[in-house]
Design a protein around this ligand. Sequence first.
Ligand code: 5GP
Ligand code: MN
Length: 337
Amino acid sequence: MENIDAFRVFLNLPRKAVILPHVKPDADALGSSLGLARYLNRKGHEVTVLSPSDYPDFLNWMPGNESVVVFDKKKQATVKSLIANADVIFCLDFNSLTRINEIGEMVQVSTGKKVLIDHHLEPDHFADFEQWDGKAASTAELVFQLIEQLGDEALVDAEMANCLYAGIMTDTGGFRHSNTNYKVFQIASKLVAHGADPFTVSKLVYDTNTIERLRLMGFVLSQKLQVIPKFRTAYIALTQEELKHFGSQTGDTEGLVNYGLSIKGIKLSVLITDRKDSIKLSLRSLGEFSVNELARKHFEGGGHRNAAGGQTTLTLEQTVQKFLDLLPEYKQQLCAE
Ligand code: 5GP
Ligand code: MN
């Protein structure tokens, strides 16, 4: 953070803080938020973590989860006044106010200081303080570095460390993605020194499947995964009926997109799901091919070079068709080397 001294001075007084992860927070967004919340609490600030939507049950173990406010339309007035009265609003793991739906507008008009902590590409510059690094593998690392820069590493306890470790572990795909670098292991190792427990966190996040989720996975792999060798592409399209049939819960489709990319020779994998209000796309790529650019240009989204998301207001069939029609345009990039 460039203006770290001003930020330190700002935090010298007890503040009313709101921490926002992005809509449908993942382990990095929620873990970073709860880790930071615990730190700010220990520093004497009054903190509310406000999630723009629900999130998967496999994140409920995180310390502080019980006091997360989950936004819904009925809470509109309370949330509006919470944000209007905040001295400081932290935006974690996203960099455009469109990623927090109707809360974005409330943040925009609030007089509270805004702090961005994020690692997604092409950030909007709406914040007074920015802890941004597009090369960082996770937001959790940036939260840890900020605490270090504030001179408070000693305040990191096991609860905080587990939350942040979960963010690093999941955003690197269990320390396997191309974003897994020296810094990742360095910070993960410091978190373990502060009490994070890699085995427990990995069990809680990865090994708490329901049988319905496993059956959905089996169905998707055997019936729904499509491969187009000439574009080195794999995709899965899931209807609402299919999701309903398997009793799908928030988070149940997470990770499915990675199976496409695990096929030898595949460079682009996309999961397209019908989410009632909109069609959601989850995109993954290997190497130079940028799904951030693809999602930004064609699917109102963005993210990282090799992992991004987006949406459309088309039907599922139309979205699949739009995606398939785009592939010839990208053939050269997809089939290079
Ligand atoms: P996922 O496919 O796991 O939902 O998301 C992959 C990455 O892209 C994550 O870092 C996520 O935050 C980001 N992402 C997902 N959906 C969107 C979106 O609609 N807009 C933007 N800008 N980023 C997204
Ligand atoms: Mn992240």
